[in-house]
Structure formats: structure tokens, C-alpha cells
Design a protein around this ligand. Structure first.
Ligand SMILES: *Cc1c(COP(=O)(O)O)cnc(C)c1O
Length: 386
């Protein structure tokens, strides 16, 4: 009954989840589901990983929140760790992916003011990109359907065809303060071409604009490297992180190199951003990912998935191909994905659609080989019955 008290902003599956462990979640009737979505590419260590539970338990008994008026050790340590692991110098903490992008937009706009004239405020964004639901993030998002009811949005945004070097060259100018790219577009599982990213970097240097990578989804190990930009070999000025960063606990971050570390007191803020609880959890997540060989396993698991799906594709002609990288994979079909997702759900496999014809697979990074094979078997049963 209480369901009607929630704003109707999501179409939900008819299930009430109660607990989770590793790659498995259980509903209120005790039915088990294999989770190939991981809370929308968030639960990188699966559900209720002991390292996360321990960090939450220990830190919650010490200090949960004091605001950014004061120093806390977990925040300092997490910033130190992110700087050590990346090619960047400073970190701003927030609570979500949208907020990370909002901060990046403000950094770019301020950079334009500091280095150019009043006209240097344009942000270049990619068609089909997804950057979040807040108004700034919507303004730079390259998908009209999410924006149309909320116009007018922030001005000074130009859209470029993804991977189209010619279009990019045409749109970047002296007016550009920032170029924002998802190295891997999460909504449609499209991978940026390395040459395109290199050209973006070159143009940003030439026109003195900031290159921003939205790694909210593809960062934190999804591609097999801790940061997606490392998988592509192109270092951006600014990196936006969230989703996997807290392994399920809400935390976002913006990494900035020296020239984009321009915020001064008063420029930006977040009441909850960088709270000791979130930072302690994120430290535990990063430790687990980097010290316990989770990242090394990602490329091997990608290969197992791809091999398994290619075998299915040889049998079922409605499977076109498997795309994606690391553990964000897209199963491209030439039929509508909805029936597949619903049938898989009924059989205890959680999947998500990307557009109408792609099935997205983004399991916990520590998924086991057995679990991959079990999920692929369920998929095959679904395909058999179609
Ligand atoms: C999910 C996502 C966002 C938005 O993150 P929220 O935490 O929902 O605000 C932004 N960018 C990308 C690439 C995402 O996948």
C-alpha cells in the first residue's frame, strides 16, 4: 500500500529484495537471483562484501559526519590514495555521479573565466552521452528524451557526434572551456576510439580547454584498469567518479590535475561530501580492488563472457554481437530486449536493457567463473524458449 507514497519516477520490477551476498540477492520470499547488474554498475565487490561491512561497522562507531569545516583522517587518506593511484593532484568529494559532473562543469566554467574572455564558456558534449539527472548534468547530456520536459536548460553547450573527429574539430574553438566525454558510453555501450580521445586531448591543449572524462560508470575497475582513461592511454585533466567508488555506499569524487585545481574557498561545496563514513568505505573498496587481484580478474572474466556469448550467437540468429569492454558488456540483439530481460528475471537472473535492443551486463567485478557460466546458462534457457 505504501508504494503509492513514492513518486512515480521509476518503472520497477515486481520484487522486494531483502538481502544480498556476493553476486546473489534474495527477495522477501527467499528466491535467489544472480545479479548481473550490480546495482547499476555500483556494487563492484558484490553485495555486503566483508571489507565494506567491516569499514562501515568500525567507522560508524567512531565518526559519521562533521561537515567540511573540519579535517577528518578518512577523507585525507582517501584523497591521498586517489591521487597516488591516478595522474591527478587534487580531489573534490560529493555524493553522486551527477554531482561529480556538476562540479566538473563549474571547474571548466571557472577555468574559462580565468584563462579567457567572457566568451570562453562553451562545454562540448557527445551525442548519446549520459551525465546524470540534475539540471547542469542534463544540460550537457546528449539525449533529448531526458531533457525535453525541463527546458530551458543551461546554455553554452555544443553537441558532437561521438567518435567523429571532423565534427569535434569543427565545434571546439577559443570559446570552449571544457570537453566532456565518457570513454565508454554506459547507456549504449559504445567505446570511444583512442584516436578520437587523442584528438580531443590535442584540441583541448590547442584551445586551452579542459578535457573531462565522465568515468562515473566505466571507472573504478569496470574496464579492467582502476581508471578507464588508463585503458585508453589518454590522460584527461578532470575525472568524474561515483558508482563503484563506494561499492554501494553513496560517494562521488572529481579528480583534477594541477591546472584544473582552481576551486577556492566559497566556489563550491557539499554538506555531506567526503564524510568520514563514505570515505572509510571507499578506502576499503580501493584496497580490495588494487591489493587483492580483483582488477586482474576483470579481463579474464570479459573473455569468458565473450566466448560464452559468441557460442550462443552461433546458435541463435537474433544475437548480433557482444560489445563493450571489461565488465560492462552489451549483448546486441536484433529483437526487442524487454522479453529477454523479463524472462531472465523470472528465472532468477538480473539484467538491464540499454536502448531497445541491447542487454547490458555489468556484474560485480569479483563474480566467479561458475557464476558467469550459471548466468549464461539461464540466458540460453531464455533464448531457447523465445
Ligand atoms: C550513473 C551515471 C551518472 C549519474 O550518476 P548519479 O549517481 O545517478 O547521479 C553520470 N554519468 C554517468 C556516465 C553515469 O553512468
Amino acid at each position: 500500500m505504501g508504494k503509492k507514497n513514492l513518486m512515480n519516477s521509476y518503472t520497477k520490477f515486481n520484487v522486494n529484495f531483502e538481502k544480498g551476498i556476493g553476486t546473489r540477492v534474495y527477495d522477501s520470499e527467499g528466491k535467489e537471483y544472480l545479479d548481473f547488474i550490480a546495482g547499476l554498475a555500483v556494487n563492484c565487490l558484490g553485495h555486503c562484501h566483508p571489507a565494506i561491512v567491516k569499514a562501515l561497522d568500525e567507522q560508524s562507531k567512531k565518526l559519521i559526519h562533521v561537515s567540511n569545516l573540519y579535517w577528518t583522517s578518512p577523507q585525507i587518506e582517501l584523497a591521498e590514495k586517489l591521487v597516488a593511484l591516478s595522474d591527478h593532484d587534487t580531489v573534490f568529494f560529493c555524493n553522486s555521479g551527477s554531482e561529480a559532473n556538476e562540479a566538473a562543469i563549474k571547474i571548466a566554467r571557472k577555468y574559462g573565466k580565468l584563462t579567457g574572455d567572457m566568451e570562453k564558456y562553451e562545454i562540448i558534449t557527445m551525442e548519446n552521452s549520459f551525465h546524470g539527472r540534475t539540471l547542469g548534468a542534463l544540460a550537457i547530456m546528449g539525449q533529448k528524451k531526458y531533457k525535453k520536459d525541463f527546458m530551458p536548460l543551461m546554455e553554452g553547450v555544443k553537441s558532437v557526434k561521438f567518435n567523429d573527429i571532423g565534427d569535434l574539430k569543427e565545434k571546439v574553438s577559443e570559446k570552449t572551456c571544457g570537453v566532456i566525454i565518457e570513454p565508454m558510453q554506459g547507456r549504449c555501450i559504445k567505446i570511444a576510439h583512442i584516436e578520437f580521445l587523442m584528438e580531443a586531448k590535442k584540441l583541448c591543449e590547442e584551445y586551452n580547454a579542459l578535457l573531462i572524462f565522465d568515468e562515473v560508470q566505466c571507472g573504478i575497475g569496470r574496464t579492467g584498469d582502476l581508471f578507464a582513461y588508463k585503458s585508453f592511454g589518454v590522460i584527461p585533466d578532470v575525472v568524474c567518479l561515483a558508482k563503484g567508488l563506494g561499492g554501494g555506499f553513496p560517494i562521488g569524487a572529481v579528480l583534477a590535475n594541477e591546472k584544473s585545481s582552481i576551486f577556492k574557498p566559497g566556489d563550491h561545496g557539499s554538506t555531506f561530501g567526503g564524510n568520514p563514513l563514505g570515505c572509510a568505505v571507499s578506502l576499503a573498496v580501493l584496497k580490495e580492488l588494487t591489493e587483492n587481484k580483483v582488477l586482474e580478474g576483470v579481463k579474464k572474466k570479459e573473455a569468458i563472457f565473450k566466448e560464452g556469448i559468441e557460442k550462443l550467437a552461433a546458435k541463435y540468429n537474433f544475437i548480433k554481437k557482444i560489445g563493450g569492454k571489461g565488465l560492462i558488456l552489451g549483448l546486441h540483439l536484433n529483437i526487442n530486449n524487454n522479453m529477454v530481460i523479463i524472462r531472465a528475471f523470472e528465472k532468477g537472473l538480473l539484467l538491464i536493457g540499454a536502448g531497445n535492443n541491447v542487454i547490458k551486463i555489468a556484474p560485480p567485478l569479483n563474480i566467479t567463473e561458475d557464476e558467469i557460466n550459471k548466468g549464461l546458462k539461464i540466458l540460453e534457457e531464455v533464448f531457447q524458449e523465445l
